[in-house]
Design a protein around this ligand. Structure first.
Ligand code: A3P
Length: 827
């Protein structure tokens, strides 16, 4: 592919339409995607493209009623996309009118894909529009209309020569000035008569058309084929920007960093020779002309320096003469995977060896970047690696393909751990052993396909920051990497208006998290759920050191009693105590989460027999923690959850008493009534106390959040009053729910203790062991005024809770819930 039209003026980006208008204030940057079924192929392709480009969307199955389109005076969607244009055209009048009205009022456009039709249509009119279609066409040689104002990211490059994928293209024949072609192609076979002009010459066939909206006030872009043709993926992105008046808009900067992970690692005979190094240098110059600031980023494992033939060693010497031409980063000294080090000192020592090597050779040591062989230790995290990286190399940024998983690539993300930024890497298809073209999976044809609009090209277009991993062997031998990157970047310049840039990894990291600050917090997954992750996880670790179930709270509902009853069971093990929070680990809800998975697992004993032993932890603040269900589910998707509910009013009062007992100054200074009636104008500490006191009691809200991640069959709700008065029955149901065998006979282990006023563990006939003084405290009853106020406060939440319990199949609504609701009615 050449792109002879590349001239200086083409880079004049200020000429690119911005597509923005005032309407952006009234519409959310979200796509409404109508699909035929949730499984339809094109619908999935579109959704995947949106996900890859982090464009928000909502999917709706066409044919049902319309989703709500507005929220107060704001439009909820900036573009409407129909996977099947015919469904849009044949929508029932009522919905169509609503949709059209919405589009006109909010300046929202429509994208439609003409479906593959069963029959051959020739000159068939699109219902209600002055445009005709011909279907089942076989086409070749696509090109874009350079005058189209839809093009922004996409550039009308040359012609995409060759057959277009599929033989079921639809082409458009407009009969109104509202239409303008966006893409056209040539027929690949004899044309039926309507296409042949007077002179017998074939016309250009319009494969994508733009409707300027002068016919009915709505702008559209119509596609004559799906996303199988790579150019349509770009055009769809531009159509979304144009039709949303710039509200959905991707930046035009694309950063590219190419790591050569193993610059000295490679078998004798496959390593770089002097001419390869020269080729590397001259290719770098050409790349610099395309990518501002570009330098190859060389990762070194010093131990393998000069391990080649004489010629290969001379190649490395030449490389050393050009140290300043490249960027450098430390790989591992001996290329050993960091997760194989169970001893921190050894790991640190090996890193120091590499540093000594660098210092000796005058290789810069201040890049702040590093990666590890096979991504080992980066994710899943090997804490020693992060520790040693920081200490020896002052590493600030690294990268991996593995977070959260290698596939699908579009979902790769970054995170920050121990102040080290972990960036997602992209795959370029060149691995250690792909050093000859015949070793490239699928051969040259596949490589060229990846470059010319395929995966590699799309990776550059869809990811604002691309970090590619390559190896030394890709630069010797057939020099596949040089060919690949020069070609794909040329192709990118030819077909897009993207600005290609490069910068230092630390700056890339900063840019990445400025762009995606929501990714800073990691989400720890279970390494055993991903076969690649287990391979790079220390063999000393086991995924059995994770809980099978969680007691999630809320606080003051009897969670300690439940915890101690469960712990009495010989086959149930709780976590070890934490020095900060005693029996609770409080991992998923607070700062502890940033301590990482190893820290969490350190609290659990390795079960001797994992099939009959159950591990659990109880952290009562999990219940209402915003992040907790998401985090817990990412790590423990199969876990069961146990929650206890009592009257939220009573719970709030118990919590207030708890705070007083712990010497909380605000609780001591204000009465309960003053706390719960604190308003927005009250002082900050009082407002905080009020929120912490009242918010956990909005049970239905919190439970719904858990149920967006866990299925209802994983959740067990205990009536806290029953736990207090009939713990044996409750413990039997809990055991049944958890499927714990053999069942433990709580009737012979729990007894009501008159002095304590609660059930306690039987030690012998005369003696029981009760919970400490802080559980089952003695305090005056709640005043009537506060109780009434709280019953009113929780009314809507309690009503929603009744509904939720019914939905979950609970036959008996707890007595306290009925009471709270009925008492409210009386007042
Ligand atoms: P009070 O101290 O206000 O009475 P948590 O352990 O979740 O903080 O809950 C403490 C509450 O558990 C106590 O609140 C108490 O009412 C209740 N509870 C239920 N069964 C208990 C038991 N067997 N022993 C002690 N407290 C129990």
């Amino acid at each position: 592919m050449t792109c002879s039209a590349l001239t200086e003026t083409r880079r004049n980006l200020s000429k690119q339409p911005e597509h923005r208008s005032m309407a952006k204030l009234r519409i959310d940057a979200k796509v409404l995607l109508f699909v035929e079924t949730i499984y339809s192929r094109l619908g999935r392709d579109i959704a995947e493209l949106l996900v890859h480009n982090r464009i928000k969307y909502k999917v709706d199955v066409v044919g049902k009623s319309l989703p709500v389109l507005t929220n107060l005076d704001k439009g909820k969607f900036a573009v409407i996309v129909f996977e099947n244009l015919t469904k849009y055209l044949t929508m029932d009048n009522w919905n169509r009118e609503l949709l059209d009205k919405y589009c006109r009022e909010y300046g929202v456009g429509v994208v439609g894909f003409h479906p593959v039709s069963e029959e051959v249509l020739i000159g068939s009119q699109l219902k209600g529009f002055p445009i005709f279609v011909h279907t089942k066409m076989n086409l070749k040689n696509a090109a874009l209309n350079p005058a189209s104002n839809v093009l922004r990211l996409t550039r009308a490059g040359e012609t995409a020569w060759g057959n277009l994928p599929g033989n079921d293209w639809t082409v458009f024949a407009p009969n109104h000035s509202t239409y303008e072609p966006l893409e056209w192609a040539s027929p690949n076979s004899e044309l039926p008569s309507p296409f042949v002009s007077d002179h017998g010459a074939a016309r250009l066939l319009y494969t994508v058309v733009q409707d300027h909206g002068t016919y009915d006030g709505i702008q559209r872009v119509l596609f004559g084929s799906g996303l199988g043709f790579w150019l349509h993926r770009l055009l769809l992105l531009d159509a979304l920007t144009h039709l949303s008046q710039g509200q959905i808009s991707l930046g035009l900067n694309r950063y590219v960093l190419i790591d050569i992970d193993d610059i000295f690692v490679g078998e004798k005979g496959t390593r770089l020779k002097p001419p390869d190094v020269e080729a590397l240098l001259s290719s770098q110059k050409r790349l610099q002309a395309m990518v501002s600031g570009f330098k190859f980023n060389l990762g070194f494992s010093g131990m393998y320096f000069h391990h080649g033939t004489d010629e290969e060693n001379a190649g490395e010497d030449l490389l050393m003469e050009h140290i300043d031409d490249f960027s450098w980063f430390s790989h591992m000294w001996n290329h050993k995977q960091p997760h194989l080090y169970d001893n921190y000192t050894h790991l640190e020592m090996d890193m120091k060896l590499n540093k000594n090597f660098a210092t000796e050779k005058n290789i810069p040591t201040d890049s702040g970047y590093s990666v590890a062989p096979h991504h080992a230790g980066v994710y899943p995290v090997h804490e020693y690696l992060y520790e040693a990286w920081k200490k020896v190399w002052n590493v600030k940024v690294t990268s991996t393909e593995e977070y959260p998983h290698l596939r699908p690539a579009r979902l790769r993300r970054g995170f920050i751990h121990r102040n080290i930024m972990v960036l997602p890497r992209q795959t370029c298809g060149l691995f250690t052993h792909t050093y000859l073209i015949e070793k490239y999976p699928g051969g040259r044809e596949k490589l060229d396909e990846n470059i010319q609009g395929g995966e590699l090209f799309q990776s550059i277009v869809f990811n604002p920051i691309n970090i590619f991993m390559t190896h030394m062997s890709n630069y010797g031998n057939d020099r596949l990497a040089l060919y690949t990157f020069e070609s794909v970047l040329k192709f990118t310049q030819c077909w897009t208006n993207l600005r290609l840039l490069s910068t230092l990894p630390v700056e890339l990291g900063e840019k990445y998290f400025q762009m995606f600050p929501e990714e800073e917090d990691p989400i720890w997954g279970n390494p055993c759920d991903d076969s690649r992750h287990i391979k790079t996880w220390s063999h000393n670790k086991t995924c059995q050191q994770l809980p099978n179930f969680l007691v999630i709270g809320p606080q003051k509902t009897g969670t300690t009693a439940l915890y101690s009853f469960l712990s009495m069971h010989p086959n149930i093990n709780s976590n070890l105590n934490s020095i900060d929070t005693f029996e609770e680990i409080q991992f998923f809800n607070g700062k502890n989460y940033y301590r990482g998975l190893d820290w969490y697992m350190g609290f659990f004993p390795v079960p001797i027999n994992s099939s009959s032993q159950y591990l659990f932890e109880k952290s009562a603040t999990y219940f209402d923690g915003e992040q907790v269900p998401k985090r817990a589910h990412a790590l423990l998707p199969q876990a069961k959850l146990v929650t206890i509910l009592i009257s939220p009013a009573k719970r709030a009062y118990s919590w207030y008493q708890h705070m007083r007992a712990h010497g909380d100054q605000v609780a001591l200074n204000y009465s309960f009534y003053e706390v719960i009636t604190a308003s927005e104008s009250s002082n900050r500490p009082l407002r905080d106390l009020r929120n912490r006191c009242l918010l956990p009691g909005k049970y239905s809200q919190h439970l719904e959040r858990w149920l967006t991640y866990y299925s209802s069959s994983q959740l067990f709700i205990i009536d806290g009053e029953e736990l207090r008065t009939a713990p044996v029955d409750v413990m039997n149901s809990v055991q049944k729910f958890l499927k714990i065998t053999p069942p433990f006979d709580y009737a012979t282990h729990l007894r009501f203790d008159k002095k304590k006023g609660f059930y306690c563990q039987i030690i012998n006939e005369d003696k029981t062991k009760c919970l400490g003084r802080s559980k089952g405290r003695k305090y005056p009853q709640m005043d009537e005024r506060s109780l009434k106020l709280l019953q009113r406060y929780y009314l809507s939440h309690n009503t929603a809770l009744v509904k939720l319990l019914k939905r979950l199949g609970h036959q008996n609504i707890p007595g306290w819930l009925k009471m709270d609701l009925s008492d409210t009615m009386v007042t």
